[in-house]
Design a protein around this ligand. Structure first.
Ligand SMILES: N[C@@H](CCC(=O)N[C@@H](CS)C(=O)NCC(=O)O)C(=O)O
Length: 204
């Protein structure tokens, strides 16, 4: 049985919820009340010393970090979602890293600023967020998916905070190729929404 340490408003957790759903893997969700500090309590620090969600448990195996969890789940339960050779693995890893760094330092904190009032440099986060959206839009002008010509964990890693960026007061409507990509993701079999993200589109 898989266990996900989870919060319904977390975009990082949603990356994992999406893949689990698309793979058809049932799991138990353990609510970690991060906005009220539950991640700093001993019971959770002993699960993840970094005091962050998501964390996945698969029997005795425990892995933290949304990108790492996506990679683990894909390699173990859905290899088509990961790279099948060194070239694909490199291509996908570029986007996992983009998600953790470029998105994780712009769209994610801009959203947390408005949602939870966390003190950050909001102008900087929004400027970086605009750059992220411009870069993604340019990349997606000539392709349907971020990597490998098919949906992969690269798309799932980048999708939630891009789809939620209006909550960080960033103008998603200006980016037509990103909007079309969001539409393709919501039409994938097993797509699940969360508050702030679109519902499932009609399958193509
Ligand atoms: N690199 C991590 C970042 C995880 C992260 O930022 N988690 C947030 C919730 S979405 C969290 O637990 N924040 C609490 C904290 O950092 O104290 C990942 O991709 O999983």
């Amino acid at each position: 049985m898989l266990t996900l340490y989870d919060h319904p408003l977390s975009g990082n957790c949603h990356k994992v919820r999406l893949l689990l759903s698309m793979l058809g893997r049932p799991y138990e969700s353990v609510f970690v009340d991060v906005p009220n500090g539950a991640n700093r309590q001993d019971w959770f620090s002993s699960v993840n010393a970094l005091e962050q969600i998501p964390v996945l448990k698969d029997a005795d195996y425990v892995v933290r970090d949304s990108q790492a969890i996506l990679l683990y789940l894909a390699q173990r339960y859905g290899p088509a979602w990961a790279g099948s050779n060194a070239f694909e693995a490199g291509e996908i890893a570029q986007w996992l890293s983009f998600s953790a760094n470029e998105i994780g330092n712009s769209l994610q904190p801009a959203r947390v600023y408005y949602l939870l009032g966390e003190e950050i440099d909001i102008d900087l986060a929004q400027r970086k967020g605009m750059r992220v959206l411009e870069q993604l839009d340019r990349h997606l002008e000539s392709r349907e998916w971020l990597a490998c010509g098919r949906p992969t964990i690269a798309d799932l890693a980048c999708f939630p905070y891009v789809g939620l960026c209006r909550e960080g007061r960033l103008p998603l409507d200006d980016f037509a190729s990103v909007l079309a990509w969001i539409g393709r993701i919501t039409a994938l079999s097993g797509y699940v929404a969360m508050s702030g993200l679109p519902g499932a589109a009609t399958r193509r």
